[in-house]
Design a protein around this ligand. Structure first.
Ligand SMILES: Cc1cc2nc3c(=O)[nH]c(=O)nc-3n(C[C@H](O)[C@H](O)[C@H](O)COP(=O)(O)O)c2cc1C
Length: 166
């Protein structure tokens, strides 16, 4: 597990070939099994593979170059009707997204978490006909990685992070 966690990278360049439906289902399945407070499972997904729609979604972020070439986009929403505690619900969505990123990586796919698109929430919700009570959390771009794996961005040393041990 640790090797998978450490070797996962944000992948921002994809081959044009599609991602098999089975693989997409496995990624969603990984998200579905994330932990959540009181097991409220507040995540909701929109899966976008239609090229025209991918193109439209890509225009909603400054990372359009990344999104436009991705064979699959997964928009992740928080369903406010399922929500019981904002912080915990957002944490659960984070766990859900990380599960999906790790599953994509485990399957040899690449993915990146796009948060910058949150500023275009209203436009994206309209494109996807998302219910009023859904709050946009992220869009994941998923595909077969193109080119070599990026170099790992540095991480802070554990000594900087652990402030207490007894
Ligand atoms: C909440 C969040 C938002 C992010 N938003 C973006 C984004 O808008 N565009 C992007 O290219 N990467 C985005 N990333 C990916 C980070 O840049 C990346 O995880 C970080 O630089 C570490 O690189 P690594 O994932 O390869 O280890 C986001 C990651 C997180 C967790």
């Amino acid at each position: 597990m640790l090797d998978l966690i450490v070797s996962r990278r944000s992948i921002r360049s994809f081959e044009p070939r599609p991602v098999g439906e089975g693989l997409v289902e496995r990624i969603l399945e990984a998200g579905r099994w994330a932990p959540s407070g009181m097991n409220n499972q507040p995540w909701r997904f929109a899966v976008i593979t239609d090229r025209g729609l991918v193109e439209q979604v890509s225009r909603l972020t400054r990372y359009s170059r990344i999104l436009a070439q991705a064979p699959v986009l997964v928009a992740v929403f928080l369903d406010m009707e399922a929500s019981y505690h904002r912080t915990k619900d957002v944490q659960a969505i984070g766990a859900c997204i990380q599960n999906m990123l790790l599953e994509a990586h485990a399957e040899g796919l690449g993915a990146v978490w796009i948060g910058e698109i949150l500023r275009s929430e209203a436009e994206l919700k309209e494109l996807l006909e998302a219910p009023e009570g859904f709050e946009l959390m992220a869009v994941l771009a998923v595909g077969h990685p193109r080119g070599p794996a990026p170099r790992p961005p540095a991480r802070k040393a554990l000594e900087e992070l652990v402030f207490f041990r007894k």
